[in-house]
Design a protein. Structure first.
Length: 268
């Protein structure tokens, strides 16, 4: 692995950051930046059911010294046909991804009634069981317009699903405050959090250089490598860069250098 590894935390890249680039170009960018992992998206780079593509991307990632952190599917529990998840899981297995990202429905928690929420829970359980049969885990995207749009709803959802192979992701809200963000991370570590999507956005959605939110990310990264993280996770954890300013490779390179510097010098 070419990237920095600090207390089990590996810096990586979410491939949808560069949807217009080939998988080979994404691999080159990640490797040249000194990262250690890629989360491959299921919309462009490794479509569900494209097993030959998944195997090729797996081989080329390995050749570049990159782990595959996860398969980023667009399966939406409670809406997507559960039968369609078999192709998703088979693709993740061919890719060599240990985890499949799944979305917790299509509406925010305040807009979701009991019947719809129950359907999402059932959908996640179905996906989790299909994934477990292939030795895979499920990770729930931590995102607005889903049932993980608040910490309270996300924790409740994980309890309702009640599957040990279903884990949370975390990413900050736009313009996120430091205190609430750290509280979210601390709570989700207790539920097995292993992956954070790393980016800096202003409250209005403007994409900022990663270093602009050093006040947020330095303590969050410390939390992700601290004693609570080690006890909760037990396996590798990932800090995955996503959404760089202007979708520009140069902006990505700067953000990657910032992230790697923070991980290499956590005391600063």
């Amino acid at each position: 692995m070419s990237g920095i590894l600090v207390d089990g935390l590996i810096p990586g890249l979410v491939s949808v950051t560069f949807r217009t680039l080939s998988a080979e170009a994404v691999i080159s960018l990640a490797a040249e930046a000194g990262l250690g992992a890629v989360e491959w998206g299921g919309d462009v780079h490794v479509p569900a059911g494209a097993l030959a593509t998944a195997e090729r991307v797996r081989e080329r990632s390995a050749d570049a010294g990159l782990e595959i952190a996860a398969y980023g599917s667009y399966h939406r529990a409670g809406q997507s046909d559960p039968a369609d998840f078999a192709a998703v899981a088979d693709t993740a297995a061919a890719l060599g991804a240990p985890t499949v990202r799944v979305w917790a429905g299509v509406h925010g928690s305040a807009q979701t009634g009991p019947a719809e929420r129950a359907a999402v829970v059932t959908g996640i359980r179905s996906a989790a069981d299909a994934a477990a049969a292939r030795g895979l885990r499920i990770a729930l995207e931590y995102h607005r317009n889903t049932l993980t749009d608040t910490l309270e709803s996300a924790l409740r959802l994980l309890d309702e699903v009640d599957r040990p192979t279903v884990l949370p992701y975390w990413q900050p809200a736009r313009g996120a405050a430091v205190g609430p963000s750290r509280a979210e991370v601390a709570a989700l570590l207790g539920k097995g959090l292993r992956t954070a999507h790393v980016f800096s956005w202003a409250a209005d959605g403007t994409r900022l250089p990663l270093e602009a939110r050093a006040d947020l990310w330095r303590p969050v990264l410390a939390d992700l490598t601290g004693p609570a993280a080690s006890l909760a996770s037990g396996r590798r954890r990932y800090a995955m860069l996503e959404f760089v300013a202007g979708d520009e490779p140069a902006a990505f390179a700067r953000d990657a250098a910032t992230l790697c510097s923070w991980l290499a010098h956590p005391e600063i």
